[in-house]
Design a protein around this ligand. Sequence first.
Ligand code: UDP
Ligand code: MG
Length: 313
Amino acid sequence: MSKKISIVAPVYNEEKNIPLLAKEIEGVFSALPQYGYELIFVNDGSTDNSFLEIYNLSQRDSRVRGIDFSRNFGKEPATSAGCHHAQGDAVVTMDADLQHPPELIPKFLELWENGAEVVYTVRKENKGAGWFKKLSSKIFYWLFNRVSEVKTESGTTDFRLMDKKVIDIFRKFPERERMFRGMIDWMGYRRAKVEFVARERVNGIATYSYRKLFGLALNSLTSFSLLPLRMAGYLGIIITLISGLLLAAMLVTRWFIDPSMFTPIAILGVSNMFLIGIVLISLGFIALYIARIHGEVINRPLYIIRESVNIGE
Ligand code: UDP
Ligand code: MG
C-alpha cells in the first residue's frame, strides 16, 4: 500500500491562494506516484470566501479536505486542528500563502524515508518582511533560547514534516495556550534540517499583526519558561540588599558620627524601600509555588518513548 502524506495549511483570508496551493501540491505529488496525499485546509474564521473555495475544490477533488472554524482562533489552534484530523503516515504543515515552497516536499520525504522523524526548515531570508519584523524575530529567538528549557534555531518556521508517531503524541498534549513549533521541538526525536528562501506572499497581506505576534511571543515564553515569574523575586533581592545596606549606613552615621545627618523622612523612605524589597521577595517565593502548579497543570507527558523491545503492553 502506498504511503499517504497529509498536508495541513491554516487559512485566514486566502481565497486567491487556496487554488494556487492546491495546484502546486497536485503538481508536486504527480511527480511522486509512490505517495498518496490529502490536503487539509483549516479555515480560521476568514472574512472572505476562503471556505467556499475550499468547499468547491473538495467537491472536485476528494483529496482536498476542509475544516471551518466558527471564528478566528489563530494559526496555532488551526494548525493543531489540521494535525488532529490528519490521517497520513507523515504530516507536512505549511502556510497557505505560498511563502513555503511546495517544491521542497520531495526533499522532506527523502529525509523522512532515511529515518528523520521531524524535518524542520530554517528560513534564510524572508522576502517582503520589514526590518522591524526581522529584528523582533532575532530578539525573540535570543530571549527564548536564553530563558527556555527547549532550544530553537533562529529562523525556524512552521513549514515542517512530522512522522505519524510524532503527531500521535502531539494529539495527547492537553495544554491550551500553545506554540506548535516549541512543542514539537520539546518532543525531541530524530531531526533533519532543510534551509530555504521564503517566497513573497502571492496574494493578500500578511495578517499576522504585531499585536498577535507579540501575544504569540509572550505565550511561547511563558509556556516554556518560568523566568518572568521569578523576576519579581530577583528584583526584591536586589532592592532589599541595596536599601538594607543604605539604611544601616544611615543609622550608623546618625548614631555615631553626626546626629543631624539625614532627615527622618529620608530614613523613612529608605526603610520603606527595604520593606518593598521584602514584599517582592515573598512574591518570588509565591512564584516558585505557582511554577510547580503551572508544571502540573500543563500536564506534558513526563517522557516520550520512541519504541521499546521485549516490553509487554
Ligand atoms: N493564519 C491563520 N490565522 C490567523 C492568521 C494567519 O490561520 O489568524 C494563517 C495564514 O492564512 C497563513 C499563515 O497563517 O496561511 C501565516 O500567516 P501570514 O502569512 O499572515 O504570516 P507570516 O507569513 O507573516 O508569518
Ligand atoms: Mg505569510
